[in-house]
Design a binder for this molecule. Structure first.
Ligand SMILES: [Zn+2]
Length: 479
C-alpha cells in the first residue's frame, strides 16, 4: 500500500477514535443530560438510557434503553451482549478498534415500543467503518418481544407487502430514472423474510430498515422505507392498525409534510391537459432489435409500453427486466401470438395466463393491460382478462408490411396521423421501425407532445371501467 494512502487511513481512524473518546467522556460525565434530552424527545414514560463503557481493550461505548419491565430489560441486555460478542470475535484481537452502539426509540402506543440499534465498528481491518442497524420491538405490558415479521398479518406471505414497499420507494430518488438503483431495490425487496427482518413501528409509520447495499448502492445509501400506517395497514396484524396507535409524542411537522406528499404530481409530472401520446411496441422482445430501441428511448428519456409475446419474454428475461427497470410498461400480448378468435375457451385462457405467469415470474406482478394479436378479440376473450383493459390503438403505420419497411415511411405514417391522446402501434422486432423511433420522438417533442405509458394515459384521461381502449383523442386540445 502506498505510504500516503496508509497515512490517510490512519489519520482518519485516529480522528474517529478521538471523537469516540470525547463521546465516551461526555457520556460518562453527563448521563443526566442524555437521559433528560431523551425524555423530552420521546415522551414515553419510564424509558431511560443505560451505558456500557470499556476502554480496556478496543474502545467500546454502548448506549441502551432501560424500561420499567425487567423481562424487557433482560432481553435488551442479552441482545447488546450479543452485539459486543460479535464485534469482539470479528475484530477484538486486531490492533486499534472501536465499537459504538446507539439507539432510537419509536412508540406505537403506551405499550408497544420499538428500538433501532445503530452499530458502528471501526478497526484496522476495515477500509470504512461498518454501520449496521437492528430492530427490536417489545410489549412493555407483557414483557414479550414481537419479532418484526410478526407485525404482519401473514408473515408467511410477503408477496403483497414486499410489492407495497417496492412501489413506495421506486418513484423516489435515487431509484427514479436510475435502472441500476431500481434493480438493487427490486432484488432487495424480494418477498423473502431476510429482507424484512428489521422493522420498527411508531404511531404514524411503519419503518422498514435495510442493510447497507440491500436496496441501493453505497453512494445512494438508502437505509429505510418510511411507510405511512394507512398504506401499510392492509398488511399489518389488526393490533398494529392505526386505530390502536396513540401519539405518546408531541405533534411534529409530519402532518404538513404528508399534505405536501399528496400534492406531488403523478409519475412523469404530466397532466390530463398536456398533449399526450403513447408509443407501444408489439411482438418482442428481440435480442436483435429491442436493445437498440431501449437505447434510443433511454437517450430521449421517453417511456413506452411493450406488448410482449410470452414465449419471447421467456427467452429474453434480461431484456424484459431492462425495459421494466428503465421505466417502461410491460403488457401481455399472449403466450404464442395466436389470434384469439381461432381458439376455444381453453386456448384463450391458456394464451392469456401463460404470458401472465412468465411475466409474473420475472417482475413479480401480472401485466396491467392486454393487447390481442391482430387486434382480434371477442366478449369471451375479455372474460379472461379479469377486468384488465384490452388495449388497441388509433394510429397504425402498418410498419410490418414489406412496402413500409423504411424508417422514413414509418416516420411519416406516424407523424402525419398523430393527434393528442393517441396510442401508436409499432413493432420493435422491425429494424426499420426502431430506426424511425428517434425521428418520431424528435418531431413530436418539437410539437409539444409528452410521451406516456398506456397506464399513465388511462390514468390521466380514462375511466376505471373502460375495458377496450383505442386511445383518448382530445381534439379540443389539438390545434
Ligand atoms: Zn402482435
Amino acid at each position: 500500500m502506498p505510504k500516503f494512502y496508509q497515512r490517510k487511513i490512519r489519520g482518519w481512524r485516529w480522528g474517529l477514535v478521538a471523537l469516540a473518546l470525547i463521546a465516551v467522556a461526555y457520556a460518562a460525565t453527563h448521563p443526566a443530560q442524555i437521559f433528560a434530552k431523551d425524555k423530552e424527545a420521546g415522551g414515553l414514560a419510564g424509558i431511560n438510557v443505560g451505558q456500557i463503557i470499556d476502554q480496556s481493550g478496543p474502545v467500546v461505548s454502548i448506549l441502551y434503553p432501560t424500561t420499567e419491565n425487567d423481562a424487557v430489560n433482560a432481553q435488551i441486555k442479552e441482545f447488546t451482549d450479543s452485539l459486543l460478542d460479535g464485534f469482539m470475535k470479528a475484530y477484538g484481537g486486531e490492533g486499534e478498534a472501536a465499537f459504538y452502539v446507539t439507539f432510537d426509540k419509536f412508540c406505537f402506543n403506551g405499550d408497544i415500543v420499538s428500538f433501532r440499534f445503530n452499530t458502528l465498528a471501526a478497526t484496522d481491518a476495515l477500509a470504512h467503518p461498518a454501520a449496521s442497524q437492528y430492530a427490536k420491538i417489545f410489549d412493555l405490558k407483557t414483557g414479550e418481544e414481537t419479532p418484526p415479521l410478526s407485525l404482519l398479518n401473514d408473515p408467511d406471505d410477503l408477496e403483497g407487502f414486499s410489492k407495497m414497499v417496492y412501489e413506495h420507494l421506486k418513484g423516489q430518488e435515487p431509484f427514479k430514472d436510475n435502472p441500476n438503483e431500481m434493480e438493487m431495490l427490486f432484488e432487495g425487496t424480494a418477498p423473502v423474510p431476510k429482507n424484512f427482518r428489521n422493522m420498527v413501528i411508531d404511531h404514524e409509520n411503519l419503518i422498514v430498515l435495510f442493510d447497507a447495499y440491500q436496496v441501493s448502492s453505497g453512494a445512494a445509501r438508502v437505509t429505510e422505507a418510511k411507510i405511512p400506517l394507512e398504506n401499510a395497514e392492509p398488511f399489518l396484524a389488526p393490533r398494529f392498525h392505526k386505530a390502536n396507535a396513540s401519539a405518546a409524542e408531541e405533534p411534529t411537522g409530519n402532518a404538513i409534510a404528508k399534505e405536501e406528499e399528496r400534492q406531488q404530481p403523478a409519475k412523469g409530472g404530466y397532466k390530463a391537459t398536456d398533449k399526450l401520446v403513447a408509443l407501444t411496441f408489439d411482438d418482442g422482445p428481440s435480442p436483435l432489435t429491442t436493445p437498440k430501441l431501449l437505447d434510443y428511448l433511454r437517450d430521449a428519456q421517453v417511456r413506452a409500453t411493450f406488448y410482449v409475446i410470452g414465449k419471447n419474454a421467456e427467452h429474453n428475461e434480461g431484456l424484459i427486466k431492462r425495459a421494466y427497470f428503465e421505466g417502461h410498461q410491460i403488457g401481455n400480448h399472449t403466450l404464442d401470438h395466436i389470434n384469439l378468435r381461432r381458439l376455444g375457451s381453453d386456448g384463450m385462457a391458456q394464451q392469456v395466463s401463460g404470458a401472465d405467469n412468465i411475466l409474473k415470474g420475472m417482475l413479480r406482478q401480472e401485466p396491467s393491460t392486454f393487447r390481442p394479436p391482430e387486434g382480434a378479440y371477442s366478449d369471451e376473450a375479455l372474460a379472461y382478462l379479469n377486468g384488465r383493459p384490452l388495449v388497441l390503438w388509433d394510429v397504425d403505420p402498418v410498419d410490418w408490411m414489406p412496402i413500409n419497411r423504411d424508417p422514413q415511411i414509418v416516420y411519416h405514417n406516424v407523424v402525419d396521423a398523430v393527434q393528442d391522446g393517441d396510442i401508436i402501434l409499432l413493432h420493435d422486432i422491425r429494424e426499420t421501425t426502431v430506426e424511425a423511433v428517434p425521428l418520431i420522438i424528435e418531431k413530436l417533442k418539437g410539437e409539444g407532445y409528452v410521451f406516456v405509458t398506456v397506464d399513465e394515459l388511462i390514468k390521466l384521461r380514462g375511466n376505471p371501467d373502460d375495458l377496450i381502449i383505442r386511445g383518448y383523442p382530445n381534439p379540443g386540445l389539438t390545434p
